[in-house]
Design a protein around this ligand. Structure first.
Ligand SMILES: C[S@@+](CC[C@H](N)C(=O)[O-])C[C@H]1O[C@@H](n2cnc3c(N)ncnc32)[C@H](O)[C@@H]1O
Length: 410
């Protein structure tokens, strides 16, 4: 039974206050909007239309955060989280476990549409967020996990926005081989990383300043084998490398003899398939700042004579003489912050016929799409992929093409 409750309805909000609210629309970052005491509140663990008791967890000048701690009237899309550590004050990883999978994807689709409307003035975009091939109820997809380590060396997960390590014993979104907490203790380690290859091989590496020694797994993508260090970037959902490589090729349509740039290339995942498409009369330049990933790229791509690997900052490389020649297509897969106006300007100045933008943050993508629009490029197509089920995260592949002269006049 839900106990009687006197809602606080006036006055400034403070951490620990408990209020009763009606939950409104989804917002970026896994939050849902509520209003009380003249403030907009970003609530986690809720769903639109629910009536809920919320506890304020953070009050700042510009933002108030809260957790839904008692659901008074649940949404029909609310489900029991498959993990006991998903919920208020608990694991910071999965923030959508209380939502049916179909509604999770619909919410992500809405967040994407909102991002384009607010930040790129593109209204009514309907970009479905589709499950990846082989996705199994949104569980056991994550091929790499970063475990936190407490002061005693025990492994677990960070609580939301906290240094506290929760004693999580099992992760239901991790692949089965590494879904159980790595055995033993890791005193002094900053974190423990695990990864599972497509052949089922699992590696575990405790990190100090950086993983020591070689801890590689084998991944197979579109018939090609990759050896990847546990500390290098690799698309985390077991179906993502294949889905995204195919999406990049479909969006960019690389042609034999063309020059392509793969910017923010990681271990060179997209470079490999671009290089096969452009052939030895074409070429691919792959640029990434992380030495470990570029080392992996060298190991995996040394036989590809038409790929040049560059270790360095994308903007620095774009400003260098090496980037002065003609380029037909550019793949951009920046970190969550996006590529930004400097990089967008440097790319547009080279006049590629297509830019394929792979994005893990819809707002950063929308902002960059708006910047590209001022530089003569328009969004021709975008597709959404549910590469992070049970979380609010989503991956997008956007195709940008030059605005035709006729479009510019009209
Ligand atoms: C989202 S990952 C993409 C990796 C790769 N495209 C893939 O799909 O496997 C982003 C990459 O950007 C790299 N990175 C971040 N900032 C960078 C910068 N300023 N210049 C070059 N690379 C950068 C990171 O090292 C990381 O490998």
């Amino acid at each position: 039974m839900i106990p009687d409750f006197d809602a606080k309805s006036v006055g400034p909000l403070a951490v620990g206050d408990v209020l009763e609210v009606t939950i409104g629309q989804v917002a970026h970052g896994g939050h849902f909007i509520a209003h009380a005491n003249g403030r907009t509140i970003f609530v986690r663990h809720a769903l639109p239309g629910e009536s809920a008791r919320i506890e304020i967890t953070e009050v700042r000048a510009k933002i108030v955060r809260a957790d839904a701690i008692v659901i008074l009237e649940p949404s029909p899309d609310r489900v029991s989280p498959p993990c006991a550590f998903a919920g208020p004050q608990l694991c910071g990883g999965c923030d959508f476990q209380h939502i049916s999978l179909s509604r999770q994807r619909a919410l992500k689709q809405q967040v994407v549409a909102d991002a384009f409307r607010r930040h790129a003035r593109l209204v009514d975009l309907d970009i479905p967020v589709v499950p990846l091939a082989g996705d199994c109820d949104g569980l056991h997809w994550r091929t790499r996990v970063r475990w936190g380590v407490d002061s005693q060396g025990h492994v677990g997960f960070h609580a939301y926005r906290s240094n506290t390590i929760l004693p999580v014993t099992k992760c239901v979104i991790a692949t089965e081989g590494q879904g159980v907490v790595p055995a033993g203790t890791y005193p002094g380690a900053l974190e423990v990383r695990s990864a599972e290859g497509s052949d089922g091989g699992v590696v575990i590496a405790a990190t100090g300043p950086g993983p020591a020694g070689a801890h590689r797994v084998t991944q197979t993508v579109l018939g090609r084998r990759w050896q990847v260090e546990v500390g290098s970037f690799w698309q985390s959902h077991r179906g993502a490398p294949t889905a995204l490589a195919q999406a990049v090729l479909a969006a960019g349509q690389p042609l034999v003899g063309e020059t392509w740039w793969d910017l923010y290339s990681g271990v060179g995942l997209f470079s490999a398939y671009l290089a096969a498409a452009v052939g030895t009369t074409g070429s691919v330049v792959a640029v990434d700042v992380a030495s470990r990933s570029v080392r992996d790229a060298r190991r995996n791509l040394h036989q590809e004579v038409n790929i040049k690997l560059v270790e360095g900052q994308v903007d620095t490389w774009l400003a260098s003489a090496a980037a002065s020649g003609p380029v037909a297509g550019v793949v951009l897969d920046p970190p969550r912050t996006g590529a930004g106006p400097v990089v967008a300007g440097q790319i547009a100045a080279r006049k590629p016929r297509v830019v394929v933008y792979v994005a893990c943050d819809p707002v950063a993508l929308a902002r960059d799409v708006a910047t590209f629009a001022t530089l003569g490029y328009r969004l021709a197509k975008a597709s959404g992929y549910d590469t992070f089920p049970m979380t609010h995260h989503v991956e997008l592949v956007a195709t940008l093409v030059p605005i035709a002269a006729a479009d510019q006049i009209s």
